[in-house]
Unconditional design. Structure first.
Length: 535
């Protein structure tokens, strides 16, 4: 009967037999099958019920219906009840309808649900499980169909991000500053000719934020009528080129070109790569559309990438009007971080204390000078939130120990059942139940202790920097207490590779106690090492 069952499904039915004997039942009921599935396929159950707590609640509910637990002799095979046999027949039928060769736990659950009057179906319904969920779980079970499925028709389409819809849903960070650059973008887009924008700036200065600001303006209706009906779609340049049909350029995907502003991230950096194929593909794909009066483009890139595009693909560059994006100052960066702070608080479940934005900007100015504002300060603020959340939510050792104990007891119980050593299995099951009660008690205590608000402080920003550079917190705070970066630090930054520049403040602090001759000798040694191959 169980030849077509997967190993997990067979073990679930076998465990159901053990549960039936443990409860003193003379036959295997549908709720025993459900208990077996709860035990043997936890990921599937959690996916259907949304939490492990619901799975535990179902287990406790079933056990509460059998308070006496007068065990039967498990050496004798227990028969399946009529309801159980019908449920397994339903499971077999559903697997055949999906053209699945094997019957898994997802088919068993569906069979239990279809036996509407049984106890297991009632429990599943009470916990919000629907037949649609169960059929979706069966369809996505990974089981190879017995009949081949027809291949998907048509080429794969690139994945565009609709920024206008995201802005309407409040998912974008409000644009702070950059009004001059945004105004210039709106002006170019409103022109009759040469109406495509090139946002050129170093990585991290906020080029994408300007595009998001444009999408917000359109979503709010705060643009001139010709732009009010436009949709801003964003895609990475490499993704767009890679997914183009190799036989023909064809129309650009993404909707009605006449109502689309297409933002191509990193378009001008294609020319800066060693291979020129990417930028040539871009010319072949985009130039017919750029020359028309329909689609409008906003492309981003670095100054070096723009220079290489002008050199390698002047036909593409001539369609774009350049808008330079420079790094914001520290005061404006603090305002940007303040605008982004609520999103980080929602994501990490923390609150940021007053002054953390200034601390992130200040610390990044010392230790991440090789990167640009506001990106470097945003990274520190985000990482500090993650650091504090993980530190606070780490479970105590007692909880981790109990989880390991329960896993060990589970394995011992399953092995005992497989060997038909049911007396030992009952002992392991009872011990596991006691340990699970202890775990629930400790988890409740930990939850109560963690409910208070988690606050990210200025010292947490400093600790994040210390973890990043691998230095003591006191050393980081000592460097941050100094005046702004010195000329020595700036000279070192010009000589050292980017991966070593986070150590510059410590090196500069050491050099502050040295003579000018010592400093000059060190700089000469660094220059010589850079110029010598293999050093």
């Amino acid at each position: 009967m169980f030849e077509r069952y997967t190993e997990t499904a067979r073990r679930a039915v076998f465990f159901a037999r053990f549960e039936a004997s443990r409860f003193g039942s003379r036959e295997i009921q549908t709720e025993h099958i459900l208990l077996g599935i709860l035990r043997m396929d936890v990921p599937l159950v959690v996916r259907l019920l949304s939490s492990t707590q619901k799975a535990d609640a179902i287990r406790q509910e079933i056990e509460s219906h059998h308070p006496d637990r007068k065990s039967t002799d498990t050496a004798v095979d227990l028969p399946l009840s009529k309801e159980c046999r019908r449920a397994l027949a339903f499971a077999n039928r559903e697997a055949e309808q999906f053209h699945h060769r094997h019957i898994g736990p997802e088919h068993l659950l569906l069979g239990l649900f279809l036996e509407e009057s049984c106890e297991a179906a009632k429990i599943l319904r009470e916990n919000g499980v629907t037949p649609t969920q169960l059929r979706e779980a069966a369809a996505s079970s990974g089981e190879t169909p017995s009949a081949p499925r027809p291949p998907a028709a048509g080429p794969r389409k690139p994945d565009f991000h609709d920024l206008t819809a995201a802005a309407a849903d409040g998912k974008l960070t409000p644009l702070v500053g950059r009004q001059e650059e945004l105004g210039r973008v709106l002006q170019i887009l409103s022109r009759r000719t040469r109406r495509h924008v090139a946002l050129i700036g170093e990585p991290g200065v906020g080029r994408s934020a300007i595009v998001s600001g444009l999408a917000q303006r359109i979503a709010e209706g705060m643009v001139v009528p010709p732009l009010a009906s436009r949709t801003v779609l964003a895609i990475d340049a490499i993704a767009l080129i890679d997914l183009r049909s190799p036989n023909r350029p064809g129309p650009l995907p993404g909707g009605d070109a006449a109502n689309t502003i297409l933002c191509i991230e990193g378009l001008f950096d294609l020319a800066a790569s060693q291979s020129a194929l990417g930028i040539l593909e871009a010319v072949h794909l985009l130039e017919p559309h750029l020359a028309s009066e329909g689609l409008q483009c906003i492309a981003t890139g670095t100054p070096f990438g723009l220079r290489m595009t002008i050199e390698r693909a002047p036909a593409l560059a001539r369609h774009f009007e350049v808008v330079s994006v420079l790094p914001p100052g520290e005061a404006e960066s603090v305002q940007i971080l303040s605008a982004m702070k609520p999103q980080f608080e929602d994501f990490h479940g923390v609150t940021y204390a007053e002054g953390t934005e200034e601390a992130a900007v200040h610390a990044s100015g010392h230790f991440l000078r090789h990167r640009n504002l506001p990106d470097r300060a945003i990274d520190l603020l985000d990482e500090a939130g993650a650091h504090v959340k993980l530190r606070r939510e780490s479970e105590p050792r007692e909880i981790a120990f109990l989880r390991r104990q329960i896993r060990v007891l589970n394995r011992n119980m399953e092995n005992a059942i497989a060997r038909h050593e049911f007396t030992d299995a009952r002992g392991f099951a009872d011990q596991e139940a006691r340990e699970r009660q202890n775990l629930d008690r400790l988890l409740e205590e930990h939850k109560r202790n963690s409910e208070s608000a988690i606050t990210v402080t200025v010292e947490d920003i400093h600790e994040t920097v210390a973890n990043r550079v691998g230095a003591p917190l006191a050393a980081v705070q000592s460097v941050l207490a100094k005046a702004p970066p010195t000329r020595v630090e700036q000279d070192l930054a010009a000589q050292l590779p980017a991966e070593l520049r986070e150590q510059i403040p410590f090196l500069a602090s050491y050099l502050a106690a040295c003579t000018e001759d010592d400093v000059e000798r060190l700089l000469r040694a660094i220059r010589k090492a850079k110029a010598t191959p293999g050093q």
